[in-house]
Structures are given as structure tokens and as C-alpha cells.
Design a protein around this ligand. Structure first.
Ligand code: SF4
Length: 687
């Protein structure tokens, strides 16, 4: 047994699932993943959830890609890396020559490391010469960042999970926190139960946090902006706002006050369905609380008004003086392990790392000097615009890394049509995903346990992961693949290790200036902004807001109704979200045996009222039809949903909810309005 123990290796890693950022040791022997042992990680202490603890089998799945694959007609053949790079060079160069650099597009992944996101945008900008680079936070959280950048400055959580724990009142809007961010939810549950923390939940669906809440409100779909604004107006009308804080720290008060005029209690009750008395209780509770944190997720962001509702949340917190202190602030809960970092490190069409704008000549000059190139001057296409540009024949080459776009973007049929039109399509992933079916070239990448790098969690916490296993077969870490491609195209990159990439980022990015691998060693972490001397920022805005005059800004808004409302043909509202056991479309978790056993398939939740009306019980199959596609799925009757609202977990490869969602998007960011979907339901004959 001594020999056996000698072969056991312990490696510190960071969870590759949600944005809470749990870290722990993974025990391995050869390629066997023996166990996960939490070691007092800064975000999770000694806790993990079921995914962090058990969902790692995908690393050794038989479906892992181990060689580059080239399309030949309807099938793929294995080729060598050299051959793969030759094909890329030929196609990228030809299309760039014939149609210019903007005929190429790049999509990075919020599953990958920060260093990989940085290199992907550098490949697009420096080597190819286009700003057509985006990442999959466009599908979830970009509206939250937008709302915060409009008002308080940083598109990120204002404080730490510790602040949420210490708040006197936590308000959760459109987030199924206990299933989507389990370890964070546990900390709220603890404070609520033992420390008298108050909890208000607003959601369409009565999930676990809603059941625990002191006040649970169920606004009509797509009306959060209305109740939030009505609450703000009530606070203002009753002189309950934080007058001193506002006069010292916030601009544009008068315009904001005026913009709230339409949001009377009568209008709010009529639009949201929430009784006026309840709105008054909520307003009084928020105004009276010593410290308030508001948490939100995709129930807010994935709407045509996603950015606006996120802005409303920040406005309300400013109105009540809930920034700059412990236990206060705005907390968009990041879904993936590195949603925050993918954008922080520049995989966006308008900004370099640290949100430095591509159209700022000084910023550009700095990158041009360091990278030795001339950079494009205007913002590139985001994910949504790239799909449109493919339809229009303007975008001809697409390189996607670590993103199963066909299942995760809205209106899958439309996206599939676009992919079929591409002249050359490279997909880089760990498994043969659904998106790979459309690819011309598939590149085998390595998952988190097989590489080094860093992630940024929801609380802006940068953490290192170490290599536990060697890359499987001929798969390679994404950063190595991007470097091979860059050099094949003449990039002359010389990164020996991801730490070399981080050194460059720190040199070029003021908000990450003091980040080094030494300062992140082991379980050490840093929360950005990080000053050059290494001082980090667990709580933002303690001295000022990051605008030239140091003040935050109220951002006035008007309410516009949703893009799709139920009508005579599509008479049911379809909502979607996560399941505890699974992650996203399930490409990793369905490949983890234990997880698949617990929840092998998806389902649609139907309210008891609707089930009675249609004469169905749990287990019956139905067909859901929207203007964009249809899905066959099994029914689960539950009072978690009410009336004519349905709910489908997004976690399914076989019955993807995105066959039903539309191409409508958030007005400010083009994030798809996944949550604004109307369908009809046909009961299928019993089998
Ligand atoms: Fe991983 Fe999130 Fe679960 Fe923590 S809470 S173990 S980060 S999935």
C-alpha cells in the first residue's frame, strides 16, 4: 500500500462549474480521480456542492477528443496537429486576403482560463486584425455588467460573498440560487436561520430560496423593472431615501426622480400582478434595512430589458445608500466558473483586458507598442451580430473554443443554418459537442484538471488551478493551441507558461497591475482591482466610484414591454433555468455517471391547475411548439410553477430548450431574451 500511496497525487484546483469559485485538492492516482478534498478555500471553506464533489468523470470520458478531426463529406477523419495547422493557415489567410480581417470571427469560452481568454483576443486583434471577438457571457451576464457600468462603474459584484453573508437584508431577483450557486446559497441560508438576516425573493417560480424567504413576490414575466422602479418611487415619495449619501456620491438625481413618475403603485400592481400592499412592505423593508445586498441572475438578464432591469437594481441601491459599506452592494451571480474572467481579460468586441476601450487612441497606442502591430480602431461584432453577419455573407470564418453554441445560443435552428453557410468553421472543445457536427475542423482541448491557469469567480476573486493530469491523447491546453495557431499565422509568440501571459496582462492592464502567479500561489487569491503593490479589493467603492469625479450615476429609464407575450396561438409562457445536478447543456455532467443516474433526462414543469385543465399527470409526454421550433418532453406536475407558466431546465442535449427560444435580444447588449418565450402545448398519445 505504500507503493500505492506513493502514486497518489494531490493537486489544488478550482471548480470548473459555477461562479462561486470553490477551490479544493483533487486526489489522483494515474488517471483515476480518487476524491475531492476541500482545504479551506477562500470562497467555500470546507464546503462543495454535488458538482464540485462528484462531477469530474467527464475528464476521462470515452467521448473526449484526442486528435484533430477534419471534415470529409459527412464524416470526420483524424489528422495530425501539423496538418490541422496547415489547414487553418490556408483558410484564414485566404479569407483574410479576399475579404479582409473582419470576415473572420472568434468566440472564446467562459469555461477556459483567463490566460486563454486573453490570448484568444490577442490572436483576433494582433495576428488577424479584427475586433470580432466575444465570449459566452454574451448569453448570460453581459446585461448585468452593462447595468453596473452605467451606474457604479465596475461590471462585477460590488463586494464579496462575505458581504452577502453579513447583509441585514438580502434581495434575490431571478436567481435560483440554491441550485445554481449552491455553496453561496448555503451561506445565505445560514445567516437567515441563525443571524436574523432578512430575505426577499422575487421570481416566477417557487424554488427553494423562495420557500425560505420572509417575503416572496411573483411578478408577471418580464416586469421586474416595474416593481423595482415602483419601490424606488415609493421610497422617494415617502422621503425614505439616503439624502446625504446621494448628495455626496451620486449624480443625475433629478432626472432619475422624474423618470420614476410613471411607476405608481397602481401601474405596478396592474403590470406586475403584485398587490400594492406587498409593494409597500417591500419598499419599507428595503428602506429600513441597515445594509442591503441585491443578488440577481439570468431571470433578470435574459430579457429584452435585461440591461435596464440590472440598471434599476443599481439605481435602487444608490437611492438607499447601499454601496461603499460592508454588507451592501450589487451582486450579479456569474454562472460559469470564469464568466467574469473571460470578459475581464478582454474577450469582448469593444474592450481589451480590464475593460480598456478599443476606440480609445491612448489605450490602442499602448497595446500597439507592446504587441508591435497596428490595431483595428472600431468595435467588432458580438456573438449575436456574428450570427447575423454569417447570414448576410459578411462573416465567413468562425473559430469557437469551448462553447457549444448550437445548444446554448437562442433559436438553435437559425444558428444551425448560419453555421452551414460558413466557409470554414473551427471548433475546439474537450468532447465532440453538438456544435462540432457543423465544424470543418475540430481541435481536441484539455479540461481544467489537465492544465494551469487562473479563473475569476463571481466575487472578482482570481485563483490558480494546477495541473493534476497530463493532457489525454493528443489533446492540448487551449492556450497552447491558440499559440500554435498564432505562430502559424506569423505571430511570433513565446509563452512558455500561463504565468508569462499573466505578466503581460498585468503590464498592460491597470486594474490587474499587481497580479502575479507568486501572489496567487496555492490557496492565495486576489480580488480585482489589484494595485501594482499587490493590494486587492474585497469591497469596491470604499473611497470613491471609478468615474472621473469619483461619483456614481443614477441612470433614468423607461419601461418597454417584452418582445413576446402569450397570445391565442402560443398561449403559455416558457421559462428555463438550471438544475442542481447538471451544468448548462450537460455536455460535462451527462458524462459523469453518478450524476446521470440521478437526473438522466430533462422535463417540463406544469402547474397543477394547467395539468388539470389539460387532463395530464406527471410522466405524460407533450410537444411544445414555438414559432421557431418544437420539442418533445415529459411532464412534471409541480406547484413550483403557477398558472399558464411552464419551466424547463436548460440542461439537455436531447430536448434543448433553445429549439423554442427566439432571436430577440437585450436592447443594450444583444444577450438573447431566452426568458421571453411563448409556446403551445400538445398532449401526445400515451405510450
Ligand atoms: Fe463548484 Fe459552484 Fe458547486 Fe462550488 S458551488 S462546488 S463552484 S458548482
Amino acid at each position: 500500500s505504500e507503493m500505492r500511496n506513493a502514486r497518489v497525487k494531490r493537486t489544488k484546483t478550482v471548480c470548473t462549474y459555477c461562479g462561486v469559485g470553490c477551490s479544493f485538492d483533487v486526489w489522483t492516482r494515474d488517471r483515476h480521480i480518487l476524491k475531492i478534498e476541500p482545504m479551506h478555500g477562500p470562497a467555500n471553506g470546507i464546503s462543495t456542492c454535488i458538482k464540485g464533489k462528484f462531477a469530474w468523470d467527464f475528464t476521462n470520458s470515452d467521448d473526449r477528443l484526442t486528435k484533430p478531426l477534419l471534415r470529409q463529406g459527412d464524416t470526420f477523419v483524424e489528422i495530425t496537429w501539423d496538418e490541422a495547422l496547415d489547414v487553418i493557415e490556408k483558410k484564414f489567410t485566404q479569407v483574410k486576403k479576399d475579404h479582409g480581417p473582419d470576415a473572420l470571427g472568434f468566440i472564446a469560452s467562459s469555461k477556459c482560463t483567463n490566460e486563454e481568454s486573453y490570448l484568444m483576443q490577442k490572436l483576433a486583434r494582433q495576428v488577424v486584425g479584427t475586433n470580432n471577438i466575444d465570449n459566452c457571457s454574451r448569453y448570460c451576464q453581459t446585461p448585468a455588467s452593462k447595468g453596473l457600468q452605467r451606474t457604479v462603474g465596475y461590471g462585477a459584484d460590488s463586494g464579496s460573498i462575505a458581504d452577502i453573508e453579513q447583509a441585514a437584508l438580502v434581495v434575490i431577483v431571478g436567481s435560483n440560487t440554491s441550485e445554481s450557486h449552491p455553496v453561496l446559497a448555503t451561506r445565505i441560508k445560514r445567516s437567515h436561520k441563525h443571524r436574523g438576516q432578512r430575505l426577499i425573493v422575487a421570481d416566477l417560480r417557487k424554488h427553494e430560496m423562495a420557500e425560505r424567504a420572509d417575503i416572496f413576490i411573483r411578478p408577471n414575466p418580464s416586469t421586474d423593472e416595474v416593481w423595482l422602479s415602483a419601490v424606488a418611487k415609493y421610497i422617494l415619495d415617502h422621503n425614505l431615501h439616503a439624502k446625504e449619501f446621494i448628495s455626496q456620491w451620486v449624480n443625475h438625481f433629478d432626472e432619475y426622480a422624474k423618470s420614476l413618475e410613471p411607476f405608481t403603485l397602481e401601474f405596478a400592481e396592474k403590470t406586475t400582478g403584485i398587490p400594492q400592499a406587498t409593494l409597500i412592505t417591500v419598499a419599507n423593508e428595503i428602506a429600513a434595512a441597515k445594509s442591503v445586498c441585491i443578488l440577481w441572475a439570468m431571470g433578470v438578464t435574459q430579457h429584452c430589458g435585461g440591461s435596464d432591469t440590472s440598471t434599476c437594481i443599481a439605481n435602487l441601491l444608490l437611492l438607499t445608500g447601499n454601496f461603499m459599506r460592508t454588507g451592501t452592494g450589487a451582486y450579479p451571480l456569474r454562472g460559469h466558473n470564469n464568466v467574469q474572467g473571460a470578459s475581464d481579460f478582454g474577450s469582448m468586441p469593444n474592450v481589451f483586458s480590464g475593460y480598456q476601450h478599443v476606440d480609445d487612441p491612448n489605450v490602442r497606442a499602448k497595446f500597439e507598442a507592446d504587441w508591435g502591430c497596428t490595431l483595428p480602431t472600431t468595435k467588432g461584432l458580438d456573438n449575436h451580430e456574428m450570427i447575423e453577419a454569417i447570414h448576410q455573407g459578411k462573416l465567413r470564418v468562425l473559430y469557437i473554443k469551448g462553447e457549444d453554441t448550437i445548444t446554448s445560443d437562442a433559436n438553435a435552428n437559425d444558428v444551425g443554418e448560419a453555421f452551414r453557410q460558413l466557409e470554414f468553421f473551427v471548433v475546439q472543445d474537450i468532447n465532440f459537442s453538438e456544435t462540432c457536427r457543423y465544424a470543418d475542423l475540430v481541435l481536441p482541448a484539455s479540461p481544467s484538471l489537465e492544465k494551469e491557469g487562473t479563473y475569476v469567480s463571481t466575487e472578482r476573486r482570481i485563483q490558480r488551478l494546477y495541473k493534476a493530469l497530463e493532457p489525454l491523447g493528443e489533446s492540448k491546453p487551449d492556450w497552447e493551441i491558440i499559440q500554435l495557431i498564432a505562430n502559424k499565422l506569423g505571430g511570433n509568440w513565446k509563452y512558455k507558461h500561463p504565468s508569462d501571459v499573466m505578466d503581460e496582462v498585468a503590464r498592460l492592464t491597470p486594474s490587474l497591475a499587481g497580479v502575479t502567479y507568486e501572489r496567487l500561489e496555492g490557496y492565495k487569491s486576489l480580488q480585482w482591482p489589484v494595485a501594482a503593490d499587490g493590494r486587492d479589493t474585497p469591497l469596491c467603492y470604499t473611497e470613491k466610484f471609478p468615474f472621473p469625479d469619483g461619483k456614481a450615476r443614477f441612470f433614468p429609464l423607461e419601461y418597454l414591454p417584452p418582445s413576446e407575450e402569450v397570445n391565442a396561438t402560443y398561449d403559455l409562457h416558457l421559462n428555463n433555468g438550471r438544475l442542481l445536478e447538471h451544468f448548462e447543456q450537460g455536455s460535462m455532467t451527462y458524462r459523469s455517471a453518478g450524476i446521470k443516474e440521478i437526473t438522466p433526462r430533462t422535463f417540463v414543469e406544469v402547474s397543477p391547475e394547467l395539468a388539470a385543465e389539460r387532463g395530464i399527470t406527471s410522466g405524460r409526454h407533450v410537444q411544445l411548439t414555438s414559432p421557431y421550433g418544437r420539442v418533445r418532453v415529459q411532464v412534471l406536475v409541480t406547484d413550483r410553477v403557477e398558472g399558464k407558466q411552464l419551466y424547463m431546465p436548460m440542461n439537455s442535449i436531447e430536448e434543448p430548450v433553445n429549439l423554442l427560444t427566439s432571436s430577440h435580444t437585450d436592447r443594450a447588449t444583444h444577450t438573447p431574451a431566452f426568458k421571453e418565450t411563448s409556446v403551445s402545448m400538445t398532449v401526445l398519445p400515451e405510450q
